[in-house]
Design a binder for this molecule. Structure first.
Ligand SMILES: Cc1cc2nc3c(=O)[nH]c(=O)nc-3n(C[C@H](O)[C@H](O)[C@H](O)COP(=O)(O)O)c2cc1C
Length: 233
């Protein structure tokens, strides 16, 4: 049995799809749960710690088959202490490729231990038609079944017995700068608003030639301008 005294949904979610799934899973496991929203860059600058008697549900979107490449990383300041974790990503019905594996690897390197993982379909940031209205009632039924399995694992297994494997390849798919990106704001909750909040980023081809952190991983290879634009998340 895994002893859990607190459940927290931890997510980065500019258009709220990943947030909805992470919260729905957390709620199914415990009616009372905490929320740590890392969408705002100020929130990502702080460091957070979780103990071994807590359960963390991670959630993030898939951008070009990877986790979004944001300044400082999404979950890099979130630390566990052999803390059980559920890894989730939301994607716009194309593919999630290496994003779930990337999330798992980043969080496990920071002291979390995966006990379950899932990739979920949510409205595509670029479209008000693709996956509109998701999660729908069928999705929420699957969330509920998924949470039941997590509860079963918590009741019947020890953390040391679990070895979670998720789809994805390492080395990951090459991170590619995206020509469009969402500028999260309070209005960006519906697909129509999301489309209005998406801006074209023209500077990428020139800036890609000049990474400012030469030894950094692909996730960090963002130019100064791109990074400051990303502060708009
Ligand atoms: C820059 C960018 C790249 C994306 N790449 C993919 C992708 O590779 N596969 C996919 O299925 N959806 C992709 N999407 C759609 C998002 O993964 C999807 O809309 C996600 O649910 C958004 O999460 P959020 O609502 O938590 O922000 C992309 C969206 C953006 C903005």
């Amino acid at each position: 049995m895994i002893n859990i005294n607190k459940v927290t949904a931890v997510f980065f979610s500019p258009t709220h799809g990943s947030e909805k799934y992470a919260k729905a899973i957390a709620k199914e496991i415990s009616a009372e749960f905490e929320v740590l929203d890392l969408t705002n860059p100020n929130a990502r600058r702080r460091r957070y710690g979780f103990e071994c008697d807590e359960l963390v549900i991670f959630g993030a979107p898939v951008y070009a088959g990877r986790l979004p490449s944001v300044d400082g990383g999404i979950f890099d300041n979130v630390f566990g202490n052999d803390t059980p974790a559920v890894f989730t990503v939301s994607y716009g019905n194309r593919a999630y490729e290496d994003a779930l594996l990337e999330e798992k690897n980043i969080c496990e390197a920071n002291g979390f231990k995966g006990i379950a993982a899932g990739a979920w379909i949510a409205p595509h940031t670029y479209s008000d038609k693709i996956a509109a209205g998701r999660p729908d009632s069928d999705d929420l039924k699957k969330v509920s079944e998924f949470a039941d399995k997590i509860k079963e694992i918590i009741s019947n297994k020890n953390l040391s017995e679990i070895s979670l494997e998720v789809p994805g390849n390492y080395p990951y798919k090459k991170a590619k700068p995206t020509p469009l990106y969402p500028r999260g704001n309070k209005n960006a909750q519906t697909a129509g608003n999301v489309r209005r909040s998406v801006r074209r980023r023209r500077s990428i081809p020139r800036l890609r030639k000049k990474p400012i952190q030469k030894n950094a991983s692909p996730v960090w290879r963002a130019s100064k301008t791109v990074r400051s634009e990303r502060e708009g998340y």
